[in-house]
Design a protein around this ligand. Sequence first.
Ligand SMILES: *[C@@H]1O[C@H](CO)[C@@H](O)[C@H](O)[C@H]1NC(C)=O
Ligand SMILES: *[C@@H]1O[C@H](CO)[C@@H](O)[C@H](O)[C@H]1NC(C)=O
Ligand SMILES: *[C@@H]1O[C@H](CO)[C@@H](O)[C@H](O)[C@H]1NC(C)=O
Ligand SMILES: *[C@@H]1O[C@H](CO)[C@@H](O)[C@H](O)[C@H]1NC(C)=O
Ligand SMILES: *[C@@H]1O[C@H](CO)[C@@H](O)[C@H](O)[C@H]1NC(C)=O
Ligand SMILES: *[C@@H]1O[C@H](CO)[C@@H](O)[C@H](O)[C@H]1NC(C)=O
Ligand SMILES: *[C@@H]1O[C@H](CO)[C@@H](O)[C@H](O)[C@H]1NC(C)=O
Ligand SMILES: *[C@@H]1O[C@H](CO)[C@@H](O)[C@H](O)[C@H]1NC(C)=O
Ligand SMILES: *[C@@H]1O[C@H](CO)[C@@H](O)[C@H](O)[C@H]1NC(C)=O
Ligand SMILES: *[C@@H]1O[C@H](CO)[C@@H](O)[C@H](O)[C@H]1NC(C)=O
Ligand SMILES: *[C@@H]1O[C@H](CO)[C@@H](O)[C@H](O)[C@H]1NC(C)=O
Length: 363
Amino acid sequence: MAFIRNFYILLFLLHFILVSSNTGSPYPNRRRYPYHDCLQGRSLVEDKAALLAFKKSVLVDPKSTLANWEDGVHVCNFTGVTCNEQHHRVTQIDLSSSGLVGKISPSLSNLTALQLINLYENHFFSSIPPQLSSLPCLQTLVLNQNDLNGPVPDSFALLTSLIVFAVMENNLTGPLPPSFFSNCTQLKVIDLSFNYIIGRIPMEIGNCPSLWTLNLYNNQFIGQLPASLTNTTLYNLDVENNHLSGELPSDLVSKLLNLMFLHLSYNNMRSHGNNTDLYPFFATLGNCTGLTELELAGMGLGGKLPSSIGHPSLKRLELQENLIIGSIPPEIRNLSNITMLNLTSNFLNGTIPEELSLLLMLE
Ligand SMILES: *[C@@H]1O[C@H](CO)[C@@H](O)[C@H](O)[C@H]1NC(C)=O
Ligand SMILES: *[C@@H]1O[C@H](CO)[C@@H](O)[C@H](O)[C@H]1NC(C)=O
Ligand SMILES: *[C@@H]1O[C@H](CO)[C@@H](O)[C@H](O)[C@H]1NC(C)=O
Ligand SMILES: *[C@@H]1O[C@H](CO)[C@@H](O)[C@H](O)[C@H]1NC(C)=O
Ligand SMILES: *[C@@H]1O[C@H](CO)[C@@H](O)[C@H](O)[C@H]1NC(C)=O
Ligand SMILES: *[C@@H]1O[C@H](CO)[C@@H](O)[C@H](O)[C@H]1NC(C)=O
Ligand SMILES: *[C@@H]1O[C@H](CO)[C@@H](O)[C@H](O)[C@H]1NC(C)=O
Ligand SMILES: *[C@@H]1O[C@H](CO)[C@@H](O)[C@H](O)[C@H]1NC(C)=O
Ligand SMILES: *[C@@H]1O[C@H](CO)[C@@H](O)[C@H](O)[C@H]1NC(C)=O
Ligand SMILES: *[C@@H]1O[C@H](CO)[C@@H](O)[C@H](O)[C@H]1NC(C)=O
Ligand SMILES: *[C@@H]1O[C@H](CO)[C@@H](O)[C@H](O)[C@H]1NC(C)=O
């Protein structure tokens, strides 16, 4: 969960990458659906009608963000609205941190040239309108920190251009539909953390080769991490605080060599050899040369600390609340970049090794 603070930095970086790629060429080759087609067929007049209908479903607007969303104002001058360069379609809606209360009107689905919807930090309630699936050029959908409930709509399989899907901190329920991953070649970021999602992580997630951040922490997921995740290019995997089971995923990390953040704490996983052996997992991690944060707390993991614990790129290592026995090995000295090391609540014995004094970054 330490990743929360990094996520927004990443999201904003990604946002700038997307925005700058849009202003560059009108037809960037990474899009599956030709953007040209999204600009056709409807007009700015219809976009304006759809936005005014959206405004009608907002019950409270404490900062008067939508005050200039009126007939007499040019739609490209509406607060939070961005048009394309030729000003003939609306391409982005960013109403983040506006304190808006209301339902998300399905009328947004008429804004067929939309690439970005950001409603982060408002009080939109009720369910996510499945009609948004008719936005074939939508790349970024950010609904973090609202009061949305109900499931992730099945129909979102149609969002073939989607790159960022972030719905963190809502009250979403139900399982994640496997079909969500049937058209996800562009998808890079998924954030479903702090919701009430149940069921397994669908193995179909292996259809998303570009996926580099997967945040599912604080949900009710069960089962094992799907082996198909080896098909992705994950750099952040955070599934803390769920009900996942199975052995520590050695096979997975042996393929995910780009991993920087691996957060598995507070699940029901065990170490190898019927929860007696931490060596194989840590040995495999040795090949993840950029690994920065490893969190394996509160899982009842058994075994001794292996010498390969001294992973030199680690800044954060959380192994508290487990069943780890034996002594702290001298190779701990190899944690030369470590700032946070938590071994609290285990069954360690022996002396505290002198080598700890060599960890100069330790806070
Ligand atoms: C959305 O577009 C349809 C036509 O495709 C139109 O009938 C409807 O009134 C529009 N809705 C809004 C809210 O603009
Ligand atoms: C948007 O507002 C600015 C400043 O009020 C004005 O100069 C400009 O003409 C408006 N744009 C359109 C398209 O109406
Ligand atoms: C969301 O769930 C929490 C915890 O169950 C509850 O306190 C809150 O009222 C719910 N919010 C909405 C808008 O349903
Ligand atoms: C994937 O997208 C294509 C093209 O939009 C669509 O025809 C297909 O039905 C989608 N897949 C699913 C499972 O919805
Ligand atoms: C991995 O990706 C390939 C295509 O790149 C696909 O054919 C295969 O089904 C995927 N495997 C899994 C387990 O998802
Ligand atoms: C694993 O350990 C548990 C508890 O110590 C024991 O009951 C079980 O028989 C062991 N299983 C195997 C396959 O060794
Ligand atoms: C690490 O990578 C090397 C080279 O690809 C490979 O030979 C070795 O088996 C890997 N080690 C582990 C523990 O996966
Ligand atoms: C230690 O941290 C520094 C600064 O973040 C980084 O440049 C260096 O590569 C890290 N060392 C290793 C072994 O990863
Ligand atoms: C780890 O530490 C041992 C001695 O404690 C040293 O011989 C070894 O080279 C170190 N490994 C790395 C990768 O720094
Ligand atoms: C280390 O873990 C213990 C047990 O979970 C926790 O109480 C403590 O706050 C942690 N220390 C730090 C610095 O996070
Ligand atoms: C630590 O505990 C192990 C058993 O878990 C025991 O074999 C060993 O002698 C103990 N070492 C010390 C220094 O107490």
